[in-house]
Design a protein. Structure first.
Length: 109
């Protein structure tokens, strides 16, 4: 269940960060409220996840997947360019998260 909490936290953080762009510096109420709710939900579920998942492992997955998802949303929905170095860097981040999860002795209890 802790991995499910972490996935909810990641998705909520991605929603909050996407809304952050749309909030236009917190000048638009709807997106600003989405930022607040998204981050509140994200941190709540992260706090539940790290009851079982080691904090370093949870944060690596959170940050890595968040970066990739936000970049994909920027590319697909906001027309932002992703050049080869950006794509290569994101692949390395994903590879790093996979290495930690698959091969590290750091594991959930």
């Amino acid at each position: 269940m802790s991995w499910m909490y972490l996935m909810v936290a990641i998705v909520a953080e991605v929603v909050g960060t996407t809304a952050l762009k749309a909030s236009d510096g917190f000048t638009r109420l709807g997106p600003t409220l989405m930022v607040i709710v998204g981050y509140a939900v994200a941190f709540y579920f992260l706090s539940l996840a790290i009851r079982v998942i080691p904090v370093g492992l949870a944060y690596a997955a959170w940050a890595g997947l968040g970066i990739v998802l936000i970049s994909l949303i920027g590319w697909l929905a906001m027309g932002q360019r992703l050049d080869f170095p950006a794509i290569a860097g994101m692949l390395l981040i994903v590879a790093g998260v996979l290495v930690i999860n698959l091969f590290s002795n750091t594991s959930a209890h």
